[in-house]
Design a protein around this ligand. Structure first.
Ligand SMILES: N[C@@H](CCC[C@H](N)C(=O)O)C(=O)O
Length: 279
């Protein structure tokens, strides 16, 4: 069997195992294999898998899979990790990079050694759900597709029914109930709990496909920033702090009630490279 080399990457604590087709061209990434690699006890451990291929139309092509093997959605942190990787591996020399993923074209920028910017393409409209039932209360939830499907919840709406501080919030317990609720079937939804109190947001995300809280979520942070602007009057750039404690900047242009050129900037790094032996 050919040797299977991989790279472990982290984008603001959202962690990935990355395979490069130039190094492992014959790798067959089926669901069972993905789940094993992502297992934190029996595998390498990761929130998801990234595969990088050469592209005739862009600098590279990226494929993303959640740790449960599902794929096809955008992973903005995965994209930032992939941008960091192609630069680290010397595949691109420019700071401005163009890539394809799931049939869409995206742009990225190497801001510095540690900071990577990703530009979203299509962002959907906000669907305000007025009667979301959480912790015995009916509150509003903000659903938005930023390339992945997200629900944004203002934790202030749950005052007296849940902890006031986001750091004490039962993200996994409540996130899982909402993610599996009938309303969001069959595909489910990623659930973001956000403190909209100060000038900078605090955010924690339950990710479907990982079925756990992750240390940060790029598409979720963009969803929260857009809700912050459209519902709570925040002006871009919106600064957010996910569970990892890293700083995210979501910037965009506003023209009337339209927003465009949405970008996410934050840290991304290649932590180590390794070889799979017993998987
Ligand atoms: N962590 C990602 C989002 C990954 C996709 C999500 N779990 C889903 O299934 O929709 C990000 O940084 O955007």
């Amino acid at each position: 069997m050919n040797r299977i080399y991989f790279f472990k990457c982290s984008a603001a604590g959202n962690d990935f195992v990355l395979f490069d087709d130039d190094i492992t061209p014959d790798l067959s990434l089926d669901g069972k294999f993905i789940r094993k690699i992502c297992d934190r006890r029996l595998g390498v451990g990761a929130d998801g898998i990234i595969r990088i291929k050469n592209s005739g139309k862009a600098d590279f092509e990226m494929f993303y899979y959640n740790s449960d093997g599902t794929g096809g959605m955008l992973c903005a942190n995965g994209a930032r990790a992939a941008l960091k990787y192609v630069r680290f591996a010397g595949k691109v020399k420019n700071n401005d990079i163009v890539f394809e993923s799931s049939g869409r074209r995206y742009k990225g920028n190497i801001v510095s050694e540690t900071e990577i910017k990703f530009y979203f393409s299509d962002i959907g409209e906000i669907n305000v759900i007025e009667d979301l039932e959480i912790a015995g209360r009916k509150i509003a939830g903000y659903e938005i597709d930023t390339g992945a499907r997200h629900l944004v919840i203002n934790i202030n709406d749950l005052k007296n029914s849940a902890p006031d501080e986001l750091s004490d919030f039962p993200v996994v317990e409540l996130g899982r109930i909402i993610r599996y609720s009938e309303r969001f079937e069959p595909e489910g939804i990623n659930v973001n709990f956000v403190e909209f109190t100060g000038p900078e947001l605090k955010i924690r995300t339950y990710e479907k496909g990982v079925e756990d809280e992750t240390l940060s979520c790029g598409t979720g942070s963009a969803a929260a920033a857009i809700v912050a602007h459209k519902i709570f009057n925040y002006k871009p750039p919106v600064v957010l702090y996910p569970k990892s404690g890293d700083k995210f900047i979501v910037d965009f242009n506003v023209n009337g009630n339209k927003i465009a050129d949405v970008s996410l900037t934050g840290p991304a790094q290649i932590i180590y490279k390794g070889e799979l032996l017993n998987l």
